[in-house]
Write a protein that binds this ligand. Structure first.
Ligand SMILES: [Zn+2]
Length: 300
C-alpha cells in the first residue's frame, strides 16, 4: 500500500510538472493571434470531445507520444508516421509524411472554402455597383474657389471591393487556379485572386493554417513568397493588394485575417461571424487530424 501511495504521489508530481511545462509554451506567446471568445452557452452546447480538444490542445495536455513519454506512460515518443518526436505541433503541422499524404492540405482547403464563401458573398453584394473610386464628387466651398476630390470607397472604410462592380473571384480549390494571364504570367498559385478588369485592380490572398506560436513566421514567409508577384502586377499597371491570411490550427485567428477581411470590406458583425467560422473550421479539421494521427494511411 505504501509503495502504491508513493508511486501515486510521484505520478502526481510528474503530472504537475508536465502541466507547468505545457503552459510555458502555450498561448501567452501568441502575439499575432486574436483573442477568442467562447461563451458558457457555447461551451455547454459543445460535445465533451470538442471542449477537451480545445483546452488540451491549447495547454498541450493531449496524450501525444511526446506527452505520454513525459508522463512516464510510454517509453517511446515517436510519431507513428515518420518516427520523429511526436509532439502536438509535430502531429498537427510539422510531420513530413502527413504533409506528403495531403492531410494538411485537406485542412487548409476546408478553411479556404469558408474564406472563399465569405468573399463570394461580398463580391455578389458589390457586383453591379458603380465604380466609386473613379467617380469624384466636387465640393465647392461656399465663398471659396477650391475644388476638392471626393473620398474613395477605400478611404471611406467601405473596403476595396466597393471600388468596382465587376469583381471576379478565383479560388485555388477544385479547379486548379492559374494566375490570370491578363494581369501577368507566373507559375505561382496563390489561394485567392479577386480582380476587376475594368479598374485594373487585383487582390491576392494566401491562407496558412499554422501552429499558433509560429503565426508571425508564417506571415513573413508568405509575404516574401508573393512579393515578386505583387511587384510584377504593379509593373503591369494593376493596383495590387496582397494579404497573407493566418488561421491558427487550434482555431485562433491571426490579426492578419482580421485586417484582410476589413480591407475588402467585410466589417462589423459580419467580420466577427466569418472569423468565428474560420476558427471553427480549422479547429474541427485539426481535431480530425489528431484523431487520425495514429493511422498510417490517410483517406478522405
Ligand atoms: Zn511525423
Amino acid at each position: 500500500m505504501l509503495q502504491g501511495e508513493i508511486r501515486r504521489q510521484e505520478e502526481e508530481k510528474r503530472r504537475a510538472q508536465a502541466v507547468s511545462q505545457g503552459v510555458q509554451g502555450a498561448w501567452v506567446k501568441w502575439e499575432q493571434a486574436r483573442e477568442r471568445k467562447v461563451t458558457w452557452k457555447e461551451l455547454w452546447s459543445w460535445e465533451p470531445l470538442r471542449t477537451q480538444f480545445l483546452l488540451k490542445s491549447v495547454y498541450d495536455l493531449l496524450p501525444t507520444p511526446a506527452n505520454l513519454k513525459r508522463w512516464g506512460k510510454e517509453s517511446e515518443e515517436k510519431c507513428v508516421l515518420c518516427g520523429k518526436r511526436g509532439t502536438l505541433s509535430h502531429l498537427l503541422t510539422g510531420c513530413a509524411v502527413a504533409l506528403g499524404q495531403g492531410r494538411y492540405r485537406w485542412r487548409h482547403d476546408r478553411v479556404l472554402r469558408v474564406l472563399a464563401a465569405a468573399l463570394e458573398e461580398k463580391r455578389v453584394q458589390m457586383s453591379g455597383r458603380k465604380q466609386r473610386r473613379l467617380r469624384f464628387v466636387e465640393f465647392v466651398k461656399e465663398g471659396g474657389k477650391g475644388k476638392r476630390r471626393g473620398k474613395s470607397a477605400i478611404d471611406e472604410g467601405l473596403g476595396i471591393l466597393a471600388s468596382a462592380g465587376d469583381w471576379d473571384l478565383r479560388v485555388d480549390l477544385d479547379r486548379k487556379l492559374t494566375f490570370p494571364e491578363e494581369i501577368t504570367t507566373t507559375n505561382q498559385r496563390p489561394d485567392i485572386v479577386i480582380l476587376s478588369a475594368k479598374t485594373r485592380q487585383v487582390v491576392i490572398m494566401e491562407l496558412t493554417v499554422p501552429w499558433e506560436d509560429r503565426m508571425e513566421e508564417a506571415f513573413e514567409r508568405k509575404a516574401e513568397k508573393y512579393n515578386e508577384l505583387k511587384q510584377s502586377c504593379i509593373e503591369k499597371g494593376w493596383k495590387t493588394w496582397y494579404y497573407p491570411i493566418e488561421v491558427g490550427c487550434r482555431g485562433f485567428v491571426g490579426q492578419s485575417t482580421w485586417r484582410g477581411l476589413g480591407a475588402v470590406g467585410i466589417t462589423g458583425r459580419k467580420r466577427k461571424v466569418v472569423t468565428k467560422n474560420l476558427a471553427e473550421a480549422a479547429e474541427a479539421a485539426s481535431r480530425w487530424l489528431w484523431m487520425k494521427s495514429k493511422e498510417h494511411t490517410w483517406k478522405i
